[in-house]
Design a protein around this ligand. Structure first.
Ligand code: PGA
Length: 250
């Protein structure tokens, strides 16, 4: 049985004041969350504060991106060992905003996945098609290509140490959610592709849905057979909404 994972992706949001209020709110409601693991992936600058606020709680934390390099002259970058130094459990890799605005291609994303695994972090591999790709009918081809880039680089067993997040790009931050049926279809495609390499890994790997998941649509999405949790952007910035999603996984 796969444990549901509800992970927040704060993106470029938050002040010390708002982060403190948000996490105090989340911690206060965690008593009712019986089933899901709750995690937050946060801007690097907030990680020390987040660690301090969450260290004695059940909520885990991580980064939103990492460098492929471990140290050196890479101005502005954050390495896997730096994330480790602040006890991060997770790191997002290949979020569509990184792919689109920072030109991260499948190869770079696969390398980041590998670097994260080698450092003992759990990469959350984000994949998903754009609106144009969906309209062209190539959703399956795109997500399979994105997964295969990682399998080719690290092998199926190593892929199995990570988490996959299916995030249709057209649903991110737009208020347009994939219907539960559409999401389930994509998740099943992804799991089938993983199973082609290794059925045990396919059975175990968590596949999260991301893209305008919120307190009112979470239950229906999470009820789908191949949806094992959510990667939540906007709705993770309000304790009440984020907790409602975590409760929907109960
Ligand atoms: P959203 O973002 O929930 O605001 O659509 C999800 C994500 O980008 O991870």
């Amino acid at each position: 049985m796969r444990q549901p994972l509800i992970a927040g992706n704060w993106k470029m949001n938050g002040s010390q004041e708002s982060v403190t209020a948000l996490l105090n709110g989340v911690k206060a409601g965690m008593g009712d969350v019986a089933k899901a693991e709750v995690a937050v992936c946060v801007p690097a600058i907030h990680i020390p504060l987040v660690q301090d606020l969450l260290k004695d709680s059940a909520v885990t934390w991580g980064g939103e991106d990492l460098s492929v390099h471990d140290s050196g002259a890479y101005t502005g970058e954050i390495s896997a060992s730096m994330l480790n130094d602040f006890a991060c459990k997770y790191v997002l890799v290949g979020h569509s905003e990184r792919r689109a605005y920072h030109n991260e291609d499948d190869e770079v994303v696969a390398e980041k996945f590998e670097v994260a695994i080698n450092a003992g972090l759990i990469p959350v591999l984000c994949i998903g098609e754009t609106l144009e790709e969906r309209e062209q009918g190539i959703t399956e081809e795109v997500v399979v290509r994105q997964i295969e880039a990682v399998i080719t680089r690290v092998g199926i067993d190593t892929l199995g140490k990570g988490v996959i997040a299916y995030e249709p790009v057209w649903a991110i931050g737009t208020g347009k959610t994939a219907t539960p049926e559409m999401a389930q279809e994509a998740h099943a495609t992804i799991r089938t592709r993983v199973a082609k390499s290794d059925a045990t890994v396919a059975d175990k790997i968590q596949i999260l849905y991301g893209g305008s998941m919120n307190a009112s649509n979470a239950a229906e999405l999470l009820a789908q057979a191949d949806i094992d949790g959510g990667l939540i952007g906007g709705a993770s910035l309000k304790a009440e909404d984020f907790l409602a999603i975590a409760l929907a996984a109960n």
